[in-house]
Design a protein around this ligand. Structure first.
Ligand code: CUA
Length: 357
């Protein structure tokens, strides 16, 4: 048997040398671990990975996120330190062809590295469960907003505020809100990054999401489920207002449902402008035909303007404008109440006449 060089020195030198070697190794391990842990912590903390929080739910989610990330950084630092130390210390010399020492495992070590992850994973599970339960519990007194998703627009209805509808999600500060999500055609998904949660809007069922806004401001509402040609444009805004401002907005909007602006309100609230250009409404969408050219299109189709406009809303594939694919415009607008449909047709034909000259 060739004499072993590695590992045998400490034993030969007695327990004093052994203790010194161990202390030295431990110091080196801790130094390497601190260095790696510090570098990884800097990457985690100094780069703004997430947009700033704007809801209480997001704050709790962030806590779970950082709790888990902290544990991961600690484990990574330990594993990386032992690896780096081993690479440096126990690397075989180029002329060393001997076998390594036979190792049969270490019961104490195995119990340790099974117990520690068990405790950590259990801790993460408990923290997550507490946050999940708090994020979904809704107090009795809360605002309800019905969210309707369709290709390719969001609309928000406030049943407690006289059925006011809006294409923007307006929320009062610090008040828990329950969103009831519906989809009219395909699956969409509601996401405000600053609120920290996503929820699918699925045809045929109602899904729920609780938000307690904690910061005033305007945040993007994003559709985060590929839902068709205009998916990337299916965006809106969440506007967090002070509670007084919210009440005033709701009261004003309630007055505006009927009256002269009704047609424009229907146009705005159904998100027509996200796909269509229509100068009187100030919309510049390009997914669907230019509504400023409605009179010319009616002529092409050989139909009176009002009849053509109504048919195009209710049965959009009856006449497809050249250059546009069929089956893109949702067939769901036929379900609008007759008064709203009339107001919309009138708005599109009357203001369209003026716009087109
Ligand atoms: Cu709706 Cu993507």
């Amino acid at each position: 048997m060739p004499a072993r060089t590695r590992g045998s020195g400490a034993r030969a030198g007695g327990s004093v040398v052994s203790a010194q070697v161990r202390r030295g190794s431990l110091f080196q391990l801790i130094a390497i671990g601190t260095l790696i842990g510090g570098a990884v912590s800097a990457v985690a903390l100094l780069i703004p990975w997430l947009p700033p929080s704007a809801s209480k739910e997001r704050d709790r989610i962030d806590f779970v996120f950082w709790f888990t990330t902290g544990i991961c950084i600690a484990i990574f630092a330990v594993v990386a330190a032992v690896s780096v130390y081993s690479f440096m210390k126990f690397r075989a010399r180029p002329d060393d062809d001997s076998d390594g020492p036979p190792i049969h495992g270490h019961t104490g070590l195995e119990i340790f590295w099974t117990a520690v992850p068990t405790v950590l994973v259990t801790a993460i599970a408990i923290v997550s469960a507490v946050v999940l339960s708090r994020n979904t519990s809704i107090p009795k007194n809360h605002l309800t907003v019905e969210v309707t998703a369709q290709q390719f627009a969001w609309s928000f209805r406030y049943p407690g505020q006289g059925d006011v509808t809006s294409t923007q999600l307006r929320l009062p500060l610090n008040e828990p809100v329950e969103l009831e999500l519906h989809a009219l055609d395909v699956i969409h998904s509601f996401w405000v990054p600053e609120f920290g949660q996503k929820q699918d809007a699925v045809p045929g069922i109602t899904t729920h999401l609780k938000i307690t806004p904690s910061k005033l401001g305007t945040f993007p509402v994003i559709c985060t489920e590929l839902c068709g040609l205009g998916h990337a444009l299916m965006r809106s805004q969440a506007i967090v207002m002070d509670p007084k401002g919210f009440k005033k907005w709701a009261a004003d909007a309630k007055k505006g449902i009927s009256g002269a602006g009704a047609g424009k309100a229907v146009y705005d609230n159904n998100g027509c402008g996200s796909c269509h250009t229509f100068t009187p409404a100030g919309s510049k969408g390009t997914v669907g035909p230019d509504l400023d050219k409605l009179p010319a299109e009616a002529k092409q189709a050989g139909k009176p303007l009002a009849e053509f406009t109504r048919e195009s809303i209710v049965n959009p594939d009856a006449f497809i404008q050249r250059g546009y694919p069929p089956n893109v415009m949702p067939k769901t607008f036929g379900t609008l109440p007759k008064s709203q449909l009339d107001a919309l047709v009138q708005y599109l034909t009357q203001s369209g006449k003026k716009g087109a000259k």
